[in-house]
Design a binder for this molecule. Structure first.
Ligand SMILES: C[S@@+](CC[C@H](N)C(=O)[O-])C[C@H]1O[C@@H](n2cnc3c(N)ncnc32)[C@H](O)[C@@H]1O
Length: 220
């Protein structure tokens, strides 16, 4: 499969492979690199994971969602793809140097969600939680999403965006086994299974470059 300049990200071809493989089935969360995520994410990757057009599309989407106030960027790196800096931005990811380079962040937290899906934040501490091109790496997404609801204020939104690219050795098998439409369904299923959000709204966003898919739900 092709890789980009970083040598890591692979474009997942959209070949209508939607398989009906449910996240409740055995093997869905297997990964070809089962090592601790800390190993893979040890070297900082100060790269862009989607092209400029997709970055702009993600920023426009987060604007529409109203990502402002106290915002958590979950599974973050050196850039949070918001179009303007929010009042207070907290970033959580795996690599300290990447988060340190995120100039918009007020608070930086290194935390492995696959080791501990609980978020190290107080109840109702955020207005919006965003997560960009990363949901495919979660091995306990329903537990994470349930805890996202806990740290969101009532009515606060969880907005998740993704494209058709990933680190294939760290993405879960169920994600790699399906196509764009399947990915949208998977994220919707995680939100519904958490039982903590209103009906999720999914859409493909206009992008002249890499495709951008978005799923958003408000905390009950
Ligand atoms: C493809 S990068 C996307 C980074 C950033 N959201 C962006 O859009 O540029 C995937 C990110 O997911 C984070 N990540 C991967 N596995 C994680 C885990 N187990 N716990 C927390 N964050 C994780 C990594 O820190 C990495 O920055």
């Amino acid at each position: 499969m092709p890789t980009d300049a970083s040598g890591n990200i692979t474009v997942v071809a959209d070949t209508a492979r939607t398989s009906g493989f449910s996240f409740t089935e055995p093997g869905f969360f297997d990964r070809s690199d089962p090592r601790d995520d800390a190993v893979f994410y040890r070297p900082p990757r100060l790269v862009q994971h989607i092209d400029d057009a997709a970055v702009a599309a993600v920023g426009a989407y987060y604007d529409e969602v109203g990502a402002d106030g106290d915002v958590l960027d979950l599974m973050s790196s050196w850039v949070s793809h918001l179009s303007t800096p929010p009042r207070h931005l907290t970033v959580l990811g795996m690599n300290h140097a990447e988060l340190a380079a995120n100039t918009w962040a007020h608070e930086r937290v290194v935390h492995d969600l696959n080791t501990d899906p609980r978020l190290p934040f107080a109840d109702a501490s955020f207005d919006t939680v965003v997560s960009t091109v990363s949901v495919d790496y979660l091995t306990q997404p329903v537990a994470v999403f349930t805890d996202v609801a806990r740290v969101l204020r009532p009515g606060g939104r969880f907005a998740i965006t993704f494209s058709n690219r990933c680190f294939p050795t760290k993405a879960v098998r169920g994600w790699l086994a399906t196509d764009d439409a399947g990915h949208v369904r998977i994220v919707q299923d995680y939100l519904v299974a958490s039982g903590a959000f209103d009906e999720p709204v999914a859409e493909q966003r206009p992008s002249a470059g890499d495709p951008v898919f978005a799923v958003c739900a408000a905390r009950r």
